[in-house]
Design a protein around this ligand. Structure first.
Ligand SMILES: Cc1cc2nc3c(=O)[nH]c(=O)nc-3n(C[C@H](O)[C@H](O)[C@H](O)COP(=O)(O)OP(=O)(O)OC[C@H]3O[C@@H](n4cnc5c(N)ncnc54)[C@H](O)[C@@H]3O)c2cc1C
Length: 371
């Protein structure tokens, strides 16, 4: 394997770029979005795969916050005891910018959409909008949950809606009332919601990826039941566009955000309601399940959310993306393993792991979300 093109420059795609580059493979990453991708990003629970990708492969330490335990609250104001359970947190932005610093800038092409790929006898030819065609030995499609590559290869495959959405928000720590910041400090906090669903909160790195007390960001997620019609309505932006799966910061309609803030004091523990109230621009993700029957199609391989979408309760989507990136790079860089065998082994291991995580997320959804 000598040359690889990656479609998608988020955690799976950029992670694959970093891992393949570290293994001495000629790789270019093409990312459709031209600007900063961080508008959609919020908190991530750190799993070993994420820090391994940043440290062992990329040679950099991930900016992280930490807590010493978990606490479970009730919507009626009940405050449970702190259960010792240390945990580290980061942000999507921190992971992405750390990986970006580990990757040569002339190999990361932002604002470059992969339009199509044609198999050839000796590899694959990839057409990139505005940049022309690139011959390669392999196309890694890390183009996310809405993967255009997957849609082209498996047009009949549809994601299954789980019946609820996740609202997310972040608030700079300095904008929180001091007693609210104090209340959430050093804990991974959960609360159930009166009508079903639950919410959770933890601190993540703040502006400039600062992790010191006072400079962090509070990150919260609130799972809310919505039938398919309600979900479709929530996904209409303030400009009247219907989005397929998520709203980034600032896209939600004013009335929808007001409704969410109005419901928070009735549904959530009072401290959580204050977090929702203090949030400028909550953003939304429709919760879906999806896995592909296969992920290797000749010299195209699907990784990350393009192949398997797991529920956020697993705290495993980003770690799965990192795992895919490292596993694929390891196999492709091994001179003893022919490329076809490397891809077949990758597909087997990736889909076994991904489907187990998918099932685990469905079980957690039933148990926790109560939706
Ligand atoms: C901006 C952003 C913020 C996120 N924030 C969070 C978060 O806070 N918490 C959390 O748990 N999960 C978050 N996620 C999801 C999480 O990162 C993913 O579930 C996981 O990391 C798997 O990532 P992925 O790289 O497979 O897919 P994604 O992260 O969805 O990335 C896919 C990328 O492919 C690009 N792309 C799509 N089509 C093309 C094309 N034709 N050509 C080139 N590029 C293309 C997209 O622009 C996107 O950057 C976020 C994802 C994104 C994109």
């Amino acid at each position: 394997m000598t040359s690889v093109v990656v479609a998608g420059g988020s955690i799976a795609g950029l992670g694959a770029g970093v891992a393949l580059h570290a293994a001495g493979i000629d790789v270019h990453v093409f990312e459709r979005d031209a600007g900063s991708l961080s508008a959609a990003g919020a908190g991530l629970v750190v799993q070993p795969e994420l820090s391994r990708l940043a440290e062992a492969v990329g040679g950099r330490t991930l900016p992280m916050t930490a807590c010493s335990g978990r606490r479970y609250l009730g919507f009626d104001g009940r405050v449970g005891h702190l259960q010792p359970m240390p945990q580290q947190f980061t942000s999507w932005e921190a992971v992405h910018s750390t990986l970006l610093r580990s990757f040569p800038s002339d190999r990361y092409h932002a604002g470059a959409s992969v339009l199509k790929a044609d198999n050839r006898a000796d590899g694959i030819e990839i057409l990139v909008e505005g940049l022309g065609t690139f011959p390669a030995d392999l196309l890694i499609a890390a183009d996310g949950a809405q993967s255009p590559t997957r849609r082209a290869l498996l047009p009949d495959l549809k994601a299954r809606y789980a019946g609820y959405v996740a609202w997310r928000g972040t608030v700079p720590e300095r904008d929180l009332p001091p007693q609210v910041a104090e209340f959430f400090d050093d804990t991974f906090t959960f609360t159930d919601a009166r009508s079903g669903g639950h919410a959770l909160a933890y601190f993540i790195p703040g502006e400039g990826l600062a992790t010191a007390r006072g400079e962090r960001r509070m990150n919260w997620v609130w799972y809310v039941g919505a039938d398919a019609a309600e979900r479709d309505d929530l996904l209409v932006t303030k400009d009247g566009h219907r989005r397929r799966a998520s709203l980034q910061r600032g896209m939600a309609r004013g009335a929808v955000v007001e409704d969410l803030k109005g419901r928070a004091p009735r549904e959530l523990h009072p401290m959580f309601a204050r977090l929702v109230e203090a949030t400028d621009a909550p953003f939304l993700q429709s919760i879906v399940d999806l896995d592909v029957p296969r992920s290797v199609f000749g010299r195209t391989v699907l990784i990350g959310d393009a192949a398997v979408i797991v529920r956020p309760h697993t705290a495993g989507g980003a770690a799965k993306a990192a795992r895919d990136a490292m596993a694929l790079a390891d196999l492709l860089a091994d001179p003893r393993v022919p490329t076809d065998e490397a891809l077949a082994r990758f597909e087997r291991e990736q889909l076994t792991y991904g489907r187990d995580l998918l099932d685990y997320g469905i079980r957690l959804g039933r148990q926790w979300a109560r939706l």
